[in-house]
Design a protein around this ligand. Sequence first.
Ligand code: ZN
Length: 473
Amino acid sequence: MPETKVKKEEDFHEWYNEIVELADLCDKRYPIKGMNVWKPHGWQIMQNIDSMIREEMFSTNHKEVYFPLLIPESFFKKEEEHIEGFSQEVFWVTHAGDNELEEKWLLRPTSETAMYPLFSLWIRSHSDLPLKIFQIVNTFRYETKQTRAFIRVREIHFFEAHTCHVDFEDAEKQIEEYKDTARRFFRKLCIPFIFNKRPDWDKFAGAYYTISIDTLMPSGRTLQLGSIHQYRDNFARPFNITYEDKDGTHKFCHQTTYGMSERILGAIVGIHGDNKGLILPPVISPIKVVIIPIIFKGREKEIIDRCREINEKLKKEGIESLVDEREDTPGSKFYDWELKGVPVRIEIGPKEIERGTVVIARRDTGERIEVREENLVDELNKTFNLMSETIYQRAKEFMESHIVRVKNIEEAKKYKGYIVELPWCGNKDCAIRMEEELDMKTLGEPLDRITVKDKCASCDKNGVTIVRLAKTY
Ligand code: ZN
């Protein structure tokens, strides 16, 4: 079977760039850097991921909304830290035709400043709380670093959930719910991750604290897949989001957000794929089974008919499938569908017809087995589960074997391509020194406080926690 020109294990980034186009996910030839064209296969996978997000959101009582793309400057300028964090990344709309606008508008880089002035009108009393909404929209950020399909882009396919609560404790419960949501969601996508409490100097602009959802790519760099933020009342104050409590007093709401993006797809491509192409977790693959007729002269019709019959049967069972009837060799069809990451291939030729069987081949392991037609649906469902488990375990083993706890910076230097954990006194300067000496970025602390007996890896004080560092995207 043909393979990619560049091998994943030799040059991960070149392989990644090749695969996203070969597998028909996106077209990078659009002339604005960081704004790629989604092709049908890529877009459909993204839509399937979005459906899973919706399912999670609806099951936790969130409602879907849609806010405008444009935000007036006056809204954007209400929260100081937030402006500071985003001011270098926003695109401005200054003209309508030849006329300069009285007030500039910006393309949303995220939607706090679009939503919160409206929240202050929507929320009146404690009975309006909690307010839990989400939207799946595109956001825009002016990225100056090198762009990379799905990983670093300027037009971002974005999910954002926003909640308002009566107090800090209720908002904290929401954070716990989001952590559970993330655990369920990424498990279904077979993506292992770790939560990190980002250091204060790297939290979301305006947040009280930020929890990042980080995974490790095969390149040895971590990819932030999403983040959960506790805002406390940091936004409620400038945006005046208040409610009347049971005792008649007016109080500020406490807020949280949860955000993710198309980076999820980047992680799926990078983590699961191999030198034959994508490997899609069955749950998001637009086509779960492709049926390839193995044509023999004189028996064409019989073979095609059997393939179509099986196809109908699978569709009735809710398994998305198709028969590849193109005039091409089976080998080149195999190659095509492997590239696109279709989980299972069925082969049907004269031998299988005579025996009342079909051959099923798994995309992840390449394993082929012959199954009786009457057992096919059960076998397929079993295979999808096995496959999800296999690719998840493979990814998890890789990540876990690349997290290492060391005592000092010298030792940490031996672990290139790892997430290193070092004892830390909590001081910013110490972490920055570790970043510089290791040429890595601070991911943050684990969520559970860890007892540390060693001295800080950067100074003479006792360590109070551990800090994780890695090369990042
Ligand atoms: Zn220190």
